[in-house]
Design a protein around this ligand. Structure first.
Ligand code: SF4
Length: 328
């Protein structure tokens, strides 16, 4: 449904939206780059408020979040629209098109979540949750008020301005943030964004909630060891216990080159582990993606496909007492 949007100002006869770093200036009856926020009679309106295009109960590992409430299920919802236009987007049918959707009010979504037994909360995912801002914010506030034990998760490109992010963070428990590259040209040419705002989101979010990072390694474009080193070293400077998910690219949407070489994935894993305590490979079969204590190498969480077997129930290693970055 159409709903009042936040974070804008009127500039002459146009609207300046400052929800995300695109800073769109929108003329009458036009939309911003995300295609879901538009100028209607001099007011900024969002057209995807409560419009749910996808909903599922997913294993939390699928987000991917490996160190947050492991082995639990999360109600995963998404709408349509995105502020990026990644050439390799797996969800382009909802991110780049106005997908078929159904209105679900914030109260209704909270009610659905609260009625589920095997559930830790709501994940806003599939399309970009930051451009679904007003709905995500309202729903998160209600869930936290009515059911404080449930969690809010965002799976995001991290392309949001500081002010709206700071307003939302008190209600967010965990985020998986894409760090798509460490090269601004890549962000510009492949994703229609910029690197620096994403780095700032990661740094700020890490101070407020549990954060994991995902990098899709695209064959020949961002899979050099130099780039993996820059990504890992940036994350390690914030906290070397932040998990990094290196995901293998397969051709999709506008990106046609062959899948990323498995040997490159394995080398990237090794390189990232020089900086970080937890690196996981996605879309690579027959690989040990279990979690081990960084100090004594004790097996903590055994993972196969989306199933996890836990050998730890608090954030200390049961063998050596090392403080772990795992939220239970
Ligand atoms: S949220 Fe949408 S309209 Fe607003 S600045 Fe970003 S892309 Fe533009």
């Amino acid at each position: 449904m159409i709903h009042d949007a936040l974070f804008y100002e009127n500039v002459n006869d146009k609207i300046h939206c400052f929800l995300c770093p695109h800073n769109c200036v929108i003329g009458h009856d036009s939309y911003g780059l995300c295609t879901v926020r538009g100028n209607k009679g001099g007011k900024l309106k969002t057209i995807n408020y409560g419009e749910v295009a996808s909903v599922n109960q997913d294993p939390i590992e699928k987000k991917p979040l490996y160190h947050f409430k492991p082995s639990s299920m999360v109600l995963s919802v998404g709408s349509f629209g995105c502020n990026f236009a990644c050439a390799f987007c797996q969800n382009y049918s909802i991110s780049q098109n106005k997908a078929k959707s159904e209105y679900v009010s914030p109260h209704k979504l909270v009610e659905i979540c609260s009625s589920l037994t095997n559930n830790v909360g709501i994940a806003f995912t599939y399309n970009e949750p930051t451009i679904w801002y007003e709905y995500v914010y309202e729903t998160s506030k209600i869930l936290k008020k009515e059911n404080p034990n449930k969690s809010i998760v965002l799976v995001t490109d991290g392309y949001i301005q500081k002010k709206p992010l700071e307003k939302l963070l008190p209600y967010v428990d965990a985020m998986n943030i894409d760090l798509k590259s460490f090269n601004d040209e890549y962000y510009k040419n492949i994703c229609r964004g910029r690197l620096q705002p994403v780095l700032e989101t990661i740094a700020l979010a890490s101070k407020h909630c549990h954060v994991e990072i995902t990098t899709l390694m695209v064959n020949g474009l961002n899979d050099s060891m130099d780039e993996i080193e820059k990504i890992s070293s940036f994350i390690a400077n914030i906290d070397k216990n932040i998990p990094l998910h290196l995901s293998r690219y397969f051709p999709t949407y506008k990106m046609k080159q062959p899948p990323t070489d498995i040997n490159v994935m394995l080398s990237a894993n090794k390189k990232a582990m020089e900086y970080l305590n937890h690196v996981y490979l996605g879309n690579v079969p027959n690989l040990d993606n279990s979690t081990y204590c960084p100090e004594c190498k004790e097996l903590l969480i055994e993972r196969s496909a989306m199933n996890s077997k836990l050998y730890v129930d608090n954030n200390s290693c049961p063998k050596c007492g090392f403080k772990l970055n795992i939220v239970f």
